[in-house]
Design a protein around this ligand. Structure first.
Ligand code: C2E
Ligand code: CA
Ligand code: CA
Length: 758
């Protein structure tokens, strides 16, 4: 961009024109910037609220976990007292004492039926004492309350009601454990947001139980709703919305006016504990930079072009600085300054959306015995180790690589991937640096072994780019067979098939059996289009596994299923789903097309397997014209004689047959003549190749199409992704096209929405 004084010196005609151009340009720019800034303002606000909600959800689920954990302990304590037939205070408190350290509570007491408290040490519980006693004795509900103990320390009291339980002959109605609030808060990481957020935990009717802003055990009103209502009239509607959400156990956010300041308030239920987690942040804090934009933009309009331009640059710069500040609060791990998980995921997904030609790996780290480092040497040493490790990772990252920290010693890395040995080399370097750095920094611990779990991202196979799923997989691979690099590093690469293989046979069977029962295998349909009319005229049935690892593509499990024989059940299952679907369409008088179903080669090793298929056809009364079987080219060569018989039989029934993946193996014309298949599916590999090989590939495709015509066979081209390919195939006279260019495999519901609306 030119500097202003370039224009001031010259006063000739060109300068005037240049100035005029700049004036016009500046005016346009001014207007555009105005629009731009108001756009930024709204998106910015949306984004902030989104982060807040995310944060509140995350925090509330960690609080929920912590709370559930504590209630579980109460349950266990009670159960073991019942189990061991404990009937005296002494014994009961002895059992509790035994487990004190394991469960981190500081005291236990029990509540009698008249609200009297029995403790092991005879301490009195102060503060909200009456409230929680009445919650147990009168309301008979489990509860969590904040209180101060005899030493004025803030504690949390978890209480569980019990029935038919007595100690020393006295009826006991509740058991309570007392936790140090500070350690509880540490566990739930309540000081996120750099302590700029107000964090409250309240009951559905607004009673504050825990708060980092008010002393809820002190005097005064501790009801969130009442405080908000008193604070400003205009809060009324927002509070109604909040109460509505809470009554339906939903999360949400509102803007409230508290003490003359506007606050974003985001709330979410804490598990099933009848408790709400509420985070609020001053709108001013969050939006400081938005305001600055707006005022500057107005001023901006008053200025002339040069200053305007200057300002635009400055404001733009400020925007990014401001945004950085917000992102720093919500997106940066406070210990290591690495990204938080949330930020990592957003960045990775963004990255994958933008450029999807590079290959990447998601790597999940785990340090051996890191907990022990923490316990033996203290948290500070533990944290130091993490900071060092983070620095080593960070230093070695390329510009487009990313790092995040999930929790404790679990970092997540997004790395460029070329091959395994390259990656292993980096791991080894990191291991060396790690131990050097620990020694240089005078850490007197032996460097913990770093374990890496790797998921290799394949954007083509994973078009949805679900980063959370990738992280889960990287993490999951840690439990697989690890490869050791020296003594300090281990890694393992995710591979579903392989991970399944690691399980015992029985486990796999159970897993698959469950998947069948839970209907985790889903029927997907990929349309086939007529090359001439470019209309949908058929489809292929393809399976997807919606398991606990997310959606799994067939390439990941079919090879294993073929080895353990389960493919026979799966093929049959998919065939049944297909029959059901066709008969439903007929019943509902919807448009119906021929669906082709894959048959694994293994089927042909079982005589009479066709009988089961015919049974399905009859059961669902499917007209056979709507069915086609796909058999791979390689299966045909393996079992030619059986397949000839099979095809003759299905032809008698009116079912057609296609040869799948033709051209991928050794294609033999003579065999093709023998087997009387109806259709040739030309393998997608011909359409994947680069420009140089294009000509050769297309001449092969052309001759396959011609050959098929001579044999009276139809042709389907698979894996067609571009318009050029469609046009070429049209010229060659190929009959059908199946490929992403027209449509990807989709759920039956999507298929119906797109094609079958009567
Ligand atoms: P296939 O029978 O060759 O199926 C075609 C595959 O190509 C499908 O992959 C489909 O999603 C993919 N594809 C279609 N158009 C395009 C395109 O334009 N570009 C690219 N890159 N790919 C395209 P999918 O669904 O992952 O299935 C993979 C293989 O798994 C299938 O290859 C088939 O051999 C097997 N399979 C799937 N479902 C079943 C089943 O129910 N039984 C048996 N035995 N095998 C199945
Ligand atoms: Ca197929
Ligand atoms: Ca195929």
């Amino acid at each position: 961009m030119k500097q202003p004084n370039n224009f001031r010196i010259k006063t000739n005609k060109t300068t005037v024109i240049a100035l005029a151009v700049i004036v016009v340009f500046g005016l346009i720019l001014t207007n555009l910037s105005f629009l731009y800034f108001s756009y930024l303002n709204t998106t910015f606000e949306d984004e902030n609220r989104y982060y807040l909600n995310e944060l509140s959800n995350q925090m509330s689920s960690s609080v929920a976990k912590e709370i559930k954990y504590n209630f579980n302990y109460l349950e266990i304590l009670y159960m073991s007292a019942v189990d061991e037939k404990i009937e005296t205070f002494d014994k009961f408190f002895a059992v509790a004492e035994r487990e004190k350290d394991l469960w981190n509570f500081i005291d236990v007491f029990v509540v009698g039926e008249n609200g009297e408290i029995y403790t092991s040490q005879g301490d009195e519980i102060m503060g909200t004492g009456q409230k929680f006693i009445s919650s147990i004795v009168d309301e008979r509900v489990n509860s969590v309350f904040l209180a101060s103990d005899a030493n004025d320390q803030r504690v949390l009291i978890f209480s569980k009601t019990v029935d038919n339980f007595s100690l020393n002959g006295r009826q006991i109605v509740g058991i309570s454990t007392v936790y140090d609030l500070n350690s509880f808060e540490k566990n739930i990481n309540i000081d996120a947001f750099d302590k700029k957020a107000k964090i409250n935990i309240m009951t559905p009717n607004g009673t504050l139980v825990i708060s980092n802003v008010t002393d809820v055990t002190g005097v005064g009103d501790h009801n969130f709703f009442r405080i908000a209502e008193k604070s400003a009239m205009q809060n009324e509607d927002q509070i109604i919305q909040m109460k509505n959400d809470i009554s339906e156990n939903k999360f949400g956010d509102v803007v409230l006016e508290i003490e003359d300041k506007r606050e974003y308030v985001s709330y979410s239920p804490i598990g099933t504990e009848q408790m709400y987690f509420v985070v609020s942040v001053l709108v001013d804090v969050v939006n400081a930079q938005n305001k600055l934009f707006m005022t500057s933009t107005y001023m901006f309009l008053g200025f002339v072009i040069f200053i305007g331009l200057g300002l635009a640059i400055m404001l733009y710069y400020r925007y990014f600085e401001g945004k950085k500040e917000i992102e720093r609060i919500a997106f940066v791990d406070s210990l290591t300054k690495a990204s938080t998980t949330q930020h990592f995921i957003l960045s990775v997904e963004n990255h994958l959306r933008l450029k999807h030609n590079n290959r990447h790996a998601i790597v999940y780290t785990n340090l051996d015995k890191f907990r022990i480092v923490n316990e033996l040497f203290g948290r500070e040493v533990g944290n130091g180790v993490l900071v060092i490790l983070n620095a080593i990772f960070k230093e070695s990252l390329a510009d487009d690589e990313l790092i995040g920290r999930m929790s404790a010693d679990h970092f997540i890395l997004f790395l460029n991937y070329t091959n395994e040995s390259e990656l292993a080399k980096r791991f080894e370097e990191w291991g060396d640096k790690f131990s050097d750095s620990l020694r240089d920094n005078k850490f007197e611990i032996s460097p913990p072994v770093i374990n890496y779990g790797i998921y290799i991202v394949n954007v083509e196979e994973d078009p949805e780019s679900n980063c959370q799923l990738m992280i889960d997989r990287a993490k999951f691979s840690l439990s697989g067979n690890q490869i050791s690099l020296g003594t300090r590093t281990r890694y393992s690469i995710y591979n579903l098939e392989y991970n399944l293989e690691l399980m015992r046979e029985k486990e796999i069977e159970d897993l698959i059996e469950d998947a069948l029962k839970n209907e985790d295998f889903k029927l997907y349909l990929q349309p086939k289009y007529s090359t001439d009319s470019e209309e949908m005229v058929g489809a292929e049935a393809l399976v997807r596994w919606h398991g606990k690892y997310g959606m799994i593509y067939p390439n990941e499990f079919i090879p294993l299923f073929e080895r353990n024989g389960f493919i026979l059940h799966l093929d049959h299952y998919i065939f049944e789903q297909t029959c059901k679907q066709i008969s439903r369409w007929i019943e509902e008088d919807k448009k119906c097309v021929k669906i082709s179903v894959n048959l694994s080669q293994l089927n042909f090793e079982k005589t009479n397997f066709l009988d089961d298929y015919i049974f399905m056809i009859q059961k669902y009364k499917v007209p056979t014209e709507y069915i086609e079987f796909e058999i791979t080219e390689s299966a045909i060569y393996k079992d030619t004689q059986r397949i000839i018989e099979f095809i003759n039989k299905i032809h008698e029934l009116g079912i057609t047959c296609s040869v799948d993946d033709f051209g991928s193996g050794y294609s033999s014309l003579n065999r093709l003549k023998e087997i009387q298949a109806d259709t040739l599916k030309i393998d997608g590999i011909f359409f994947e190749i680069n420009d140089d090989e294009n000509k050769r590939a297309y001449s092969i495709v052309r001759s396959i199409v011609e050959m098929a015509k001579n044999l009276n066979m139809k042709t389907v081209a698979e894996g067609v992704e571009s318009r050029e390919q469609v046009d070429l195939l049209k010229k060659m006279g190929c009959d059908l096209i199946q490929g992403y260019y027209f449509a990807k495999p989709m759920t039956v519901k999507d298929f119906e929405e797109r094609y079958n609306k009567k």
